[in-house]
Design a protein around this ligand. Structure first.
Ligand SMILES: [Zn+2]
Length: 468
């Protein structure tokens, strides 16, 4: 056991919490931990319960409710949480943790993962990675949030050189997949006529929990991949507008969720034209030119698509904070003010924000994914607490509704592997956050983390951040 783990284990034992190392058999004999006196917001949709008791044994919750419903057994370790607020561990449904060719810089990913855990994020879904390498890195970075990798899948245009028409003439770009590969990510090519079951097998063998579709896929391809994935019990998500398939077509083809609200820019383009827009620069250009206002987000095609998502129960993950950070960066860059990526970033932020308002008003299921990355300047990484603050301040959600998008609904978005996450109830994994202040009064108070519990092991935020 490395020195850090020994130290942390000792610290946990001094608190009376369960040991880090456990087997199923040992869990049976482990003492019950009773968290007593907190106001419990359990993430099920029920109102908060004052003076609650939550019993934890091993890695699971065995009881959550009133003192009468959950009597503390003799010999239990009591954790006094009077005056505090207990919520389910937060789930970020969109992160990118892997960022080096053929692997990761371990100290970097370790520091980032522990910072996420210290913020109360006990589970994440990684939406672009190399599943095998990512899981390897996460195993070596414990303690860390749970990480559920998705397998990237894209069509032939994503792997082909791009030609872009510019005022100076045609410019040829390297395949868009090259950038991903430089990060150490592993996109799989799916061609029309290919066997989607082969893709599912590859994804599963690599350790992915579902597919994330990217670029260069039409409706028929999305439908075939979705059917094969669903038959294997895997969810299928996709980048908003996988070019040529639009968000509406993605939903109609059976996809479970769409990321990036700004991707509904594709709805503004007639279908016949859309078929020719298969490159990254085409997506940037259409968004920058046609989807740069809030009014554009209220056009009938966009609203009809949102109604389709609501009717079919297709999730939308808006990624507001990341989009806002990109727009702020673009706004600061006077030199590049007219550059396409910056014009795109500014348009996507305005358009995506209004799309999200309309989506919420129309009952589209929303989940809180940030597009957080584990690399680059820490201040430029999107964070869940800001995403949720934007849900409340800019979209008009109540704090409860925003929290559901990062707990119960986020677990639903991930699917089967997260079936025992997201709520505080008997039988669920003991992933919990104790807050000093009431998050239902002000969502920013999810930053007031006193301790975080993952699978029954309790951590102090400053201790986590201090680990080597
Ligand atoms: Zn992303």
């Amino acid at each position: 056991m490395p020195v850090a783990s020994v130290r942390l284990t000792r610290w946990l034992l001094s608190l009376g919490a369960a040991s880090l190392v456990a087997t199923a058999a040992a869990a049976q004999q482990r003492p019950v931990v009773a968290i007593v006196g907190a106001t419990l917001w359990d993430g099920t949709g029920a109102p908060a319960l004052a003076g609650a008791v939550v019993l934890v044994q091993g890695e699971r919750i065995t009881c959550a409710g009133t003192p009468a419903a959950c009597p503390v057994p003799a010999g239990a370790e009591r954790v006094d949480a009077t005056g505090r607020f207990l919520i389910p561990g937060l789930i970020d449904t969109h992160v990118h943790l892997l960022f080096r060719p053929n692997g990761v810089t371990h100290p970097s990913i370790r520091g980032d993962l522990r910072d996420l855990l210290a913020r109360g994020v006990t589970a994440t879904r990684d939406m672009g990675n190399n599943p095998e390498r990512l899981l390897e890195a996460v195993r070596e970075a414990q303690p860390a949030p749970r990480v559920f990798p998705m397998q990237l899948v894209a069509g032939i245009s994503f792997f082909s050189p791009e030609s872009e028409r510019t005022p100076g003439g045609m410019v040829r770009h390297a395949p868009a997949s090259g950038g991903m590969r430089q990060l150490g990510w592993w996109p799989i090519l799916y061609v029309s006529g290919g066997d989607p079951r082969q893709i599912i097998r590859q994804a599963r063998e690599a350790g992915a929990v579902g597919l994330k579709l990217y670029q260069g896929l039409d409706s028929a391809q999305v439908a075939r991949l979705s059917a094969a994935a669903h038959a294997a019990g895997m969810p299928v998500w996709g980048h908003g507008w996988v070019q040529p398939a639009s968000v509406r077509e993605q939903s109609q083809a059976g996809q479970d969720g769409v990321v990036h609200a700004a991707g509904l820019a594709g709805e503004l383009v007639p279908r016949a034209t859309r078929d020719s827009l298969r490159t990254s620069s085409a997506l940037l250009r259409v968004t920058a030119d046609s989807a740069r206002t809030a009014e554009a987000a209220r056009r009938v095609q966009v609203l009809a698509t949102l109604d389709t998502l609501a009717a079919r129960g297709t999730f939308l993950e808006p990624t507001l904070h990341a989009t806002l950070l990109s727009a702020e960066r673009a706004g600061r860059s006077r030199r590049r003010a007219q550059a396409l990526p910056d014009r795109y970033a500014i348009a996507a932020s305005v358009f995506g924000m209004e799309v999200t308002r309309q989506a919420f008003a129309r009952g589209v299921p929303l989940t809180a994914g940030t597009d957080h990355v584990a690399y680059g300047p820490a201040a430029e990484r999107a964070q869940l607490e800001t995403e949720l603050a934007l849900f409340v301040d800019s979209i008009g959600m109540s704090p409860e509704r925003a929290l559901l998008a990062a707990t119960r609904d986020a677990a639903r978005a991930i699917g089967q592997p997260a079936v025992d996450l997201g709520t505080v109830a008997a039988g669920k994994k003991a992933d919990l956050v104790l807050l000093r202040e009431d998050p239902l009064g002000d969502i920013r108070r999810i930053g007031s983390v006193e301790w975080v519990m993952r699978g029954g092991a309790r951590y102090d935020p400053s201790e986590l951040r201090g680990l080597p």
